[in-house]
Design a protein around this ligand. Structure first.
Ligand SMILES: [Zn+2]
Length: 466
C-alpha cells in the first residue's frame, strides 16, 4: 500500500486516516487486532482527527429532474429525499452538455472533464458494423473508488456506468454488466454485439452471493410495479420494458444492501438507472400536448395515468433510497444526485422525453451529513464538484487537476490539495472471451432485442435514448 505523503498530504493526518481506514477495512477478519491498533494509535496520535469512521453513501438516480422531484418533496411524496432536504442541502446540480449519461457519471465519479477522463459518449465508434460501449479500461484516470481504496478506505460499487470489466478495489465492485436485462437493452440500443463474458464482480469470490441477492425476488418496498397491470397508460407505452426497469432498480438495490450487510464499506456508490428510462417513455404526459405529434397525444385519462406512473416511479426510487440510507448515522454523508433532467421531445418515434438542450441541463442533488447545515440550497454545485466534495468530507486532499471544488454547502476543515491522483494504478479483472458470443447474440435476437432493421434507425453516440 502506498503512503499518503506520496501525494503531498500531511503525513500525520494521513497516517491517522490510514489507520482508521485499515481498522475499518479489517473489521471483518481481524477485528480485535484492528480495534486494538486503532484505539492505541488514535488515542496517542490522532486525538484531533475529526473524521474517524464517518461513512459515505452516494446514490446516482439517472435523469431525475428538479421539475418533478422538488414539488414531490414539498408535497410529502418523497419522504426520504424530504428527510435529506430537512437535514442538509438540496437543489439543482448543474451538468455539462452534451448530456450522455456515461460521460457525466464518469465525471461525477472522477472529478474530471470528459476530455480528461476519456468516456465521451455511449459507444466507441469502431466500424458501423462493429460498435462497442465504452468499457472501464477506456477511463484514463482513477475514479473515486480507486482514490479512496488507495487511501485505505473500503468501498462498495454497484452498477455505476462503465465499470466493466470490474476494478480491483479495496472492497466489492458489481459491474453494470452484471445486470443482464439492463445491459442487453443498452447494447441493443447502441448495436453493441460484444458479449460481456469476463468476470462481472470483484472479487470473484463474491459472485455467488451477488447472484443469490439478484435472484431473490421478494418485494423490497410496498410500492408495486406501476406499469405491468396498468392498462390506463397510453397505448404505445411498452409496459414490459418499464417493468424491467423496475426490476433492475430492485436488483441493484438488493445487491447493494448485501454489500452493506456483508462489508459495511466506508464508501458506497450505487447507481439506479430507472428514472431515466421511465422518463423517456412517460415524460410527455407532464408537458403540454401541443408539443407532440397527434399520434403521441394520449387521451386525458391515459395522460393522467402516465404522469402518475412516472411520479409513482419517483416514489419507488425514494423508497429504495430510504432502504440504502437506513443504517447511516447523522454524521455520515448521504448524497443523492442525478446527471441531468428531462424535457419534452420526440426521439426514436415513441419516446416522449429526452435530455438534449439547456432545458434539461440541471439534475438534482440532496446531501446531508457532518458539516452540512440543515435546510440549505445546493449553492451552485455542479457535476465536477461531487468527487471533491466526497474527498473533502473524508478529510482527503482534493486534487489541483480536478476542475471542481467541494460543494459550497459543505463546511470542511482546512483543505489540503495534491497536484493529482492520476498516478494511482488502476487494476482491472482481465477480459476473457468465452467463445459464446454468437450464442448470446442469438439469445438476444430470440428475446426481441436485436432487430436487423431497428425502427429507430442508427443510434450512435448522440442517441438520446439513455
Ligand atoms: Zn436518458
Amino acid at each position: 500500500m502506498k503512503i499518503g505523503h506520496e501525494f503531498g498530504a500531511h503525513p500525520i493526518a494521513t497516517s491517522c486516516r490510514m489507520l482508521g481506514g485499515l481498522a475499518r477495512r479489517a473489521s471483518g477478519r481481524h477485528a480485535a487486532l484492528a480495534a486494538a491498533l486503532a484505539l492505541g494509535v488514535l488515542a496517542v496520535g490522532c486525538s484531533g482527527d475529526s473524521d474517524g469512521g464517518r461513512r459515505v453513501l452516494l446514490i446516482g438516480i439517472d435523469g431525475a429532474s428538479p421539475r418533478v422531484a422538488m414539488p414531490m418533496v414539498e408535497a410529502g411524496r418523497l419522504p426520504n429525499l424530504a428527510d435529506i432536504t430537512r437535514r442538509g442541502a438540496s437543489g439543482k446540480l448543474r451538468s455539462i452538455p452534451p448530456l450522455f449519461s456515461p460521460r457525466i457519471w464518469a465525471t461525477i465519479a472522477t472529478g474530471k472533464s470528459p476530455r480528461d477522463h476519456g468516456i465521451t459518449a455511449f459507444v466507441k465508434k469502431e466500424t458501423s458494423e462493429d460498435k462497442q460501449l465504452y468499457l472501464s479500461h477506456d477511463r484514463r484516470v482513477p475514479a473515486l473508488w480507486n482514490i479512496v481504496s488507495e487511501r485505505g478506505f473500503s468501498v462498495g460499487v454497484v452498477n455505476w456506468w462503465t465499470t466493466y470489466p470490474p476494478e480491483k478495489i479495496n472492497g466489492v465492485m458489481v459491474s453494470d454488466h452484471f445486470f443482464p436485462e439492463q445491459i442487453k437493452m443498452i447494447k441493443q440500443t447502441f448495436k453493441d454485439r460484444h458479449a460481456s463474458t469476463g468476470a462481472l464482480v470483484h472479487p470473484q469470490s463474491w459472485t455467488a452471493r451477488a447472484n443469490e441477492l439478484f435472484e431473490n425476488d421478494a418485494p423490497l418496498t410496498s410500492i408495486a410495479d406501476p406499469f405491468t397491470e396498468n392498462a390506463a397508460l397510453p397505448k404505445w407505452v411498452n409496459r414490459e420494458i418499464l417493468s424491467r426497469q423496475y426490476e433492475t432498480d430492485a436488483e441493484v438495490t438488493r445487491v447493494a444492501l448485501g454489500i452493506q450487510q456483508d462489508f459495511r464499506p466506508d464508501v458506497m456508490m450505487v447507481f439506479l438507472p430507472g428514472i431515466d428510462r421511465v422518463s423517456h417513455w412517460l415524460w410527455g404526459n407532464l408537458e403540454p400536448e401541443a408539443l407532440y405529434p397527434p399520434g403521441l397525444r394520449p387521451e386525458p385519462a391515459a395522460r393522467e395515468a402516465g404522469a402518475e406512473a412516472l411520479r409513482r416511479y419517483y416514489e419507488f426510487t425514494d423508497a429504495l433510497i430510504g432502504l440504502l440510507a437506513r443504517d447511516y448515522d447523522s454524521d455520515d454523508l448521504v448524497l443523492v444526485m442525478s446527471d441531468h433532467g428531462f424535457e419534452a421531445g420526440v426521439s426514436m418515434m415513441l419516446l416522449t422525453g429526452e435530455h438534449e438542450t439547456q432545458a434539461s441541463l440541471d439534475g438534482v442533488i440532496f446531501a446531508r451529513g457532518h458539516g452540512i447545515e440543515a435546510g440549505i440550497g445546493s449553492r451552485g454545485a455542479g457535476v465536477m464538484d461531487v468527487t471533491p466534495t466526497v474527498l473533502a468530507f473524508l478529510g482527503l486532499p482534493t486534487a489541483q487537476d480536478m476542475p471542481g471544488r467541494p460543494g459550497r454547502f459543505l463546511t470542511s476543515d482546512t483543505l489540503d490539495t495534491v497536484q493529482s491522483y492520476d498516478g494511482i494504478r488502476v487494476e482491472r479483472v482481465t477480459l476473457k472471451s468465452s467463445g459464446r458470443e454468437q450464442e448470446i447474440v442469438e439469445h438476444l435476437r430470440s428475446l426481441g432485442y436485436l432487430e436487423e432493421d431497428d425502427a429507430g434507425g442508427e443510434p450512435d453516440a448522440g442517441a438520446p435514448s439513455e
